[in-house]
Structures are given as structure tokens and as C-alpha cells.
Design a protein around this ligand. Structure first.
Ligand SMILES: CC(=O)O[C@H](CC(=O)[O-])C[N+](C)(C)C
Length: 320
């Protein structure tokens, strides 16, 4: 039987029948600890993943010309051209907005996930079902959209303008201020519905995969909190891959919608119709290589950062 990390209880408390479709209870983590450790995880995710995110957005939004005159022919070509024209730091363009956004985003995400679990588990000794874990992840996706939607709008605009050479915005702050001045808050939040479509179900699967694998990797008789670094990296990396498998099509729509000129699309369905008409269904998996090359290391780093930070917080402030 696996033991809960916080209090050494076993995973099948006397009052709860082991449920086949359930995770062992892991004890409660304070919301504040989830928030702080999540923020640290987010910083790790960003540092490991931003270069490939820049390539992804540039591939997803490059002008739709014929194949022979595409700016970038693929992931490696985009990487090579970006580094030769803009230096290695070109891959870190647009980092300002996510730096201010990803750490808080992951902080809110882990907080929302923890809250979702607590709301569905009045008794901490009772196991949560897979569906409940999934729903907790979905709740995290709803919470994070408040900052992810504007953050992605700014990040994508900056990443794309760097590729075009025509610099309209001098940085993230300038971008937000100009969007707001030109068309108000509605413009800053453009792409919110697509962000929800992308992030709610994918967050559910993200956290479910991570928790499920952590449990699978924990040897009988040991606590989930004793999981090796390698297993944490593996569970986090796979969670990232699963997340992007369903997040990528709405992400392509979102990136195009958020970087399009005002009035270019009549709505979300128009983005989908236009992409399918001009480029076929494979357009929905544009940037596939960059996304999947990034997903594993970035999310492995994120969950490792989270778990290490949580352990540190438990040592520094055991009573929180
Ligand atoms: C879609 C997305 O932003 O995924 C995040 C991780 C990543 O690869 O950037 C994490 N989360 C699923 C929590 C939003």
C-alpha cells in the first residue's frame, strides 16, 4: 500500500473502501504552499520551454504563401534562421510577458487544482476518483484563463512582430497599453473563449496524467512523496505531452485569432473555416514538432520545480 506524503497514512484508510477508479488520498497541501511552489514550477517551465515556444508561434502564424516561398520550412529551419538573424537571444524574444505571466499562471493553476480537490473531498482520507482529479484540473484551467488570455495575446503579438522585422510594439507593457488605448479591454482579452477551449479540458488531462503516473511509479509500501527525480520528470513530461495533444488545435486557432488584424475574422468559426479552406486539416497541428519537443522538458522541469519547492516549504514552514 502506498503511503500518503504528509502524515504517513496508508492509501486505503479503514473507513474508505479502495475504489478501483480512484487515486489514493495524499493528504492536504495548504493553498499558499501550492501557490508558491506552483509559481516556482512556472518559472522552471518558462526557462526550459520558451525558445521552442517562440518557434511554435512563428511557425503557426507565418504568412500563408505557397510552400515554395514559406518563410520557415519547419522547426529546424525556423530555429536556424532565428539564431542566425537575431542571435540565440532571439529565441527568448517576448519573454517579458510570460515571465510576468507564467509563474503567476502556474501558481494559480496549482492553487486551483488543489482547491478543486479540496472542494470535492471534504474528508482528506477519502480517495478522489479519476473524474474528480480531472474536474479539479479543469477548474485550474478556468482560473488561469483570467491571466493567460491577455498574456498570450501580448506574447503572440510580440513573437510574431519579431519575425516580421516591423516593430509596432517596443515591449509587453507598450503592447498592453496600446491595445487598451486603441480598442479597450476587449482587445486585450481577445481570444479568451479560445483560451478556455484550449485550457479547460487540457488542464484536466494534464493533472490527471501527472497524478496517475506518480501513483503508478510509486512502489508498493512507499509514499508518493518519495518518488525519485527521474520519475517526477517522466510523469511531468508525459503530462505535458498529453496536455498538448488536445491543446494544440485550439492553440493554433488562438494564435491566429490573437495576431490577426482587426476585422480579419468574423469569429472563432471563421478562423477554423479559413484555416481548413486555405491549408487543410493539417493546419490544426502547425508547430507540432516545436510543441512536442518543448512539451516534455518544459513540463518535466515545471513539476520538478513544483515538487522540490513544496518539499522546501514543508521543511521551512511545516505548520502552514
Ligand atoms: C497549454 C499550456 O499552456 O500548458 C501549460 C504547460 C505548457 O506546456 O506551457 C500548462 N497548463 C496545462 C497548466 C496550462
Amino acid at each position: 500500500m502506498r503511503q500518503s506524503p504528509d502524515d504517513g497514512r496508508t492509501d486505503a484508510p479503514s473507513h474508505a473502501e479502495p475504489v478501483r477508479d480512484a487515486m489514493p488520498p495524499q493528504g492536504r497541501v495548504s493553498p499558499l504552499k501550492n501557490f508558491i511552489a506552483g509559481g516556482i514550477g512556472g518559472a522552471c517551465l518558462l526557462l526550459a520551454g520558451h525558445p521552442l515556444d517562440t518557434i511554435k508561434v512563428r511557425l503557426q502564424t507565418q504568412p500563408k504563401a505557397s510552400a515554395s516561398c514559406l518563410l520557415y520550412t519547419g522547426t529546424y529551419d525556423c530555429f536556424r534562421k532565428t539564431v542566425s538573424r537575431e542571435g540565440f537571444l532571439g529565441l527568448y524574444k517576448g519573454l517579458g510577458a510570460p515571465l510576468a505571466g507564467v509563474a503567476p499562471m502556474m501558481a494559480i493553476s496549482f492553487f486551483g487544482f488543489g482547491l478543486g480537490k479540496q472542494l470535492q473531498q471534504p474528508d482528506p482520507g477519502k480517495p478522489l476518483t479519476h473524474m474528480q482529479i480531472f474536474m479539479s484540473g479543469c477548474l485550474a484551467g478556468v482560473f488561469t484563463t483570467v491571466i493567460v488570455a491577455p498574456g498570450e495575446r501580448v506574447k503572440c503579438l510580440l513573437q510574431v512582430q519579431a519575425a516580421g522585422g516591423d516593430r509596432k510594439y517596443s515591449g509587453p507593457l507598450d503592447c498592453v497599453v496600446r491595445l487598451y488605448k486603441e480598442q479597450g479591454l476587449r482587445s486585450v482579452y481577445r481570444g479568451t473563449v479560445l483560451t478556455l477551449i484550449r485550457d479547460v479540458p487540457s488542464n484536466g488531462l494534464y493533472f490527471l496524467t501527472y497524478e496517475y503516473l506518480k501513483n503508478v511509479f510509486t512502489p508498493e509500501g512507499q509514499s508518493v512523496s518519495q518518488l525519485s527525480t527521474l520519475n517526477i520528470l517522466l510523469a511531468g513530461g508525459v503530462a505535458g505531452l498529453v496536455n498538448w495533444t488536445i491543446a494544440l488545435p485550439p492553440d493554433v486557432l488562438k494564435s491566429n485569432f490573437q495576431t490577426a488584424a482587426e476585422g480579419q475574422y468574423r469569429g472563432l468559426l471563421d478562423v477554423l473555416r479559413t484555416l481548413l479552406r486555405d491549408e487543410g486539416p493539417s493546419a490544426l497541428y502547425k508547430g507540432f514538432n516545436a510543441v512536442f519537443l518543448r512539451a516534455f522538458p518544459a513540463n518535466a522541469a515545471c513539476f520538478l520545480g513544483f515538487e522540490v519547492a513544496l518539499k522546501g516549504l514543508n521543511i521551512l514552514a511545516p505548520s502552514w
